[in-house]
Design a binder for this molecule. Sequence first.
Ligand SMILES: Cc1cc2nc3c(=O)[nH]c(=O)nc-3n(C[C@H](O)[C@H](O)[C@H](O)COP(=O)(O)O)c2cc1C
Ligand SMILES: CC(C)CC(=O)C(=O)O
Length: 377
Amino acid sequence: MYADFQFEIYLNGLNDVLPSLPADLTRLEALAREKLPPEAYDYIAGSAGTGDTAVANREAFRRRRIVPRMLRGVTGGDLSTRVLGAELPAPLLLGPVGVLRIAHPEGELAVARAARSLGLPMVLSTAASHSMEEVAEVAGPRWYQLYWPGDRDLAVSFLERAAAAGYTALVVTLDTFTLAWRPGDLDNAYLPFLRGVGIQNYLADPVFTAEAGEDPIAHWAGVFGNPGLTWDDLAFLREHWDGPIALKGIQQSDDARRAVDAGMDGIVVSNHGGRQVDGAVASLDALPIVAHAVGDQIEVLFDSGVRTGADVVKALALGAKAVLLGRPYVYGLALDGEEGVRHVLRCLLAELELTLRLSGHDGVAALSSESLFEQPT
Ligand SMILES: Cc1cc2nc3c(=O)[nH]c(=O)nc-3n(C[C@H](O)[C@H](O)[C@H](O)COP(=O)(O)O)c2cc1C
Ligand SMILES: CC(C)CC(=O)C(=O)O
């Protein structure tokens, strides 16, 4: 049971049981802000444009309310589930976040260790600041996130390296072929790759090494600016990746159906945490529409705005099989490395389990849209 340490905390005090971080995960952002270099904090916490979509992501969660049911003989509260062919102890993954060394020197390694200690999959970003092979050495279950380079040889080399290093599923991010207008980073003139953090991931790659020495921004744009991709190109990925593939950044039902038609195994309903299209629909608002459009034909995952266990309950009730966590674990990383990430995950899982049981659900499979009430706007 994930919540077992709850009484231990009451008996001994939070800080004897967990690192000296608050149990209220929504307070971590303010603490991380005090610790991180200002431009790194702004990059992590920031979003596109006015931040409208990032705010809408949270509002969409607030608008939905859990409706607790009583006397339902709730005993266990089983969180385990099966996603893209993998048995997960809980419907939670660590979403792909690039350049984690800007938050902590151990970066992706610390995150991988924390995820492994709880048996949760980590989705490693193409833009990771440790190579996928280094991360694989310390990671447990692992998936690989692809920023799809225009150069097909480079794309194949990423896929082959990921498969060889034991990454079992592929998450292809479609919504970030170029960075959005992000005023905070523009005001700071800050892009992590400029500090030579992000691109280190590729130095082990012969194709990339040939290009090294070039201006890193021009290099990034040249390599990953691949806006001409279409649905037809997905056949290429199928040809070069044997495991399951999920498309990340889906927000619309026709796009979701096209993913089914293209033979994909999953989609991640996501607006990149509001970091790409400012004014875009809140990801949680898109979720039930997309989930309804595809039914059981493809697995639906979700991210953008998840901050608490109750949020996970809401996303699952609206049709997600599992959720990906973004910024919260990065704040934990910034505050206390591996321990900080584990703290975030343990608190979130405990709260998820308690919320599920207290609202009358004997496991994640018992959730449905009837578990929620939507407040009129
Ligand atoms: C600092 C930062 C870097 C990110 N880097 C990546 C990335 O490399 N690849 C990717 O697919 N998504 C990336 N994302 C998006 C996350 O995977 C995820 O969609 C988003 O953070 C979810 O929203 P949340 O932060 O509100 O939980 C990044 C997000 C942040 C905050
Ligand atoms: C483009 C990336 C390296 C990182 C990313 O996805 C982001 O900053 O949102």
